[in-house]
Design a protein around this ligand. Sequence first.
Ligand code: NVA
Length: 304
Amino acid sequence: MTVSLKNRSFLSISDLIAEELSHVLSTAAKQKKGKMPQVLAGKSIALLFEKPSLRTKASFDVAVDQLGGHPIYFGPQEIGLGQRESISDVAQTTSRFVQGIIARVFTHSSIVELTKHSTVPVINALSDGEHPCQALADLLTIHEKKGGLKGVRIAFIGDGNNVASSLAQGACMLGADFVIASPVGYELPKAVQTTAKKSGGSFLQVTDPKDAVKGADVVYTDVWASMGQEKDSAQRANAFKGYGVTSELMALAKKDAIFMHDLPAHRGEEVTDAVIDSKQSVVFDQAENRLHAQRALLSLIFAK
Ligand code: NVA
């Protein structure tokens, strides 16, 4: 089977089939050690960001540069997607200047609309529904640390949010056993659960963090209030009491379990300093892999 991502947009991890996802990861692993193809030479890529960013902005900017291209960044104050200008007009105008668009948006429907009216590939750099580029980096990291994904037990503790949605679907696609513990009302969306369940591996939604972490190879958490949910922070902090990843919780996982977090972390809330700064924590290797995974993705989408 020939795998090609050429000229394709990437909005959700489920836009890929297992062979394509594996191909992105093996390309990333290869490029990490070897040459970076100059597929973006003479090309410009727009980064349209409605929300703040450290890792995503830096890693995409560097990745475009390493592939020979020119990144153009538009921050939260500049675009006014759907406010200053309609999404359709932004998409059609930007498509006349650049060869690709990387967008971070509040609502997933905005990036779907942007893609519909763009004539160049669009990549999701986080929406409220998914964070598929984060999942690429997460899967690359788990592959490196655990030698593969098949049969690896991944326990996600906390909100059934964008990061969890992309990781659950991608991990199951590659044969992992994914279990997520969330308070009632904060579970993974039903549609995501359905996709994960039929992707392969296994998927389980539970409420007790201890049930999830028992025997886990990977323990993963993310913030309780994502960008755009700041006004619900207090209510969420209350709902997520008992869902923080502590050393006691980590002790229930396998001895060689790793701790992961997409960052930024709210230390003292979803994770303690002792865990995130421990030897088990791989959060900065994981952050670095954003660059390698996204560079691989770009090199395949813009392959000559
Ligand atoms: N769930 C978080 C991820 C940040 C990278 C958010 O959407 O804010």
